[in-house]
Design a protein around this ligand. Structure first.
Ligand SMILES: [Zn+2]
Length: 265
């Protein structure tokens, strides 16, 4: 009797630890367990990189570009293929303004439980959409929600691509402009990679299918969309951006493309 009890307890404990390890490996933004992730640039000097995810998304992307242009700041945009297809002209402006373009998958799915073919498709469809619009082939990739899964790193290696995470988040999907500025300022260090968003995405892939099924079973149709409610639009990011730039410059920081970090490490 006691043997069974202890057996169950040990199995449960081992499962918990394994689950925790898996969560850390795949979901912790700075984890390097599954493969290398660029989290920040060199700590020497005072260079920092602004990154914008989830666009191109008019009118916000254009407004972000106007501010960057007025302040002579270079940034990096991790774009979704499905939105590139909708707004190729916005992507062309990102490119012609001298910013770096990175791949942020086609449909913004959680990569968890996706097969190798599905992951490769998310990358390749987006690479071709970006290439078709600009003639540029990104070398940087950022997974949606920072989530990684088996099969992602081999796919990136095969394509000569580098995975980029972030060291400071503006939490701009949930904060108002002044709080975004505070969050970014608090995380500024030499080599910081700052995460902001010029658009909004809903979860796709496995989690979306799973949530859709489970919420249907509960008799509610669109509730699955509420797990990531677009509480704040990218208008708050646009509002916060001039103050972020001014604050960082007043602290002596210089803005570079995240690609400058990727080539030095
Ligand atoms: Zn994203």
């Amino acid at each position: 009797m006691w043997t069974i009890f202890w057996g169950i307890l040990i199995v449960a404990a081992v499962a918990d630890v394994l689950g925790l390890l898996l969560w850390y490996a795949c979901s912790w933004p700075r984890s390097q367990v599954l493969g290398p992730a660029l989290v920040r640039g060199p700590a020497d000097g005072k260079r920092i990189a602004l990154t914008f995810d989830d666009g191109p998304s008019p009118p916000y992307t254009g407004q972000v570009l106007d501010i960057l242009q007025a302040h002579k700041v270079r940034a990096t945009f991790f774009v979704c293929g499905k939105d590139v297809e909708q707004h190729p002209e916005t992507l062309r402006r990102i490119y012609s303004d001298g910013h770096t373009i990175g791949n942020h998958t086609w449909a913004h799915p959680y990569l968890y439980f996706l097969g190798r073919t599905e992951i490769a498709e998310e990358i390749d469809r987006t690479q071709s959409a970006i290439y078709q619009a600009t003639g540029f082939k990104p070398r940087l990739f950022r997974p949606p929600y920072g989530g990684r899964w088996f099969g992602l790193y081999p796919a990136l290696r095969k394509r000569g691509m580098r995975l980029v995470q972030w060291s400071v988040s503006g939490d701009d999907w949930k904060l108002e402009a002044h709080a975004i500025v505070t969050a970014v300022r608090a995380g500024l260090r030499p080599g910081a990679v700052i995460l902001l968003h010029d658009g909004r995405q809903k979860p796709g892939g496995f989690l979306r299918r799973f949530l859709r099924k489970s919420t249907r079973a509960m008799g509610s149709r669109d509730q699955h969309l509420q797990i990531h409610p677009p509480a704040m639009t990218a208008a708050e990011t646009v509002k916060a951006l001039p103050a972020i730039i001014d604050t960082a410059r007043a602290m002596g920081y210089e803005f570079v493309s995240v690609e400058d970090f990727a080539s030095t490490r």
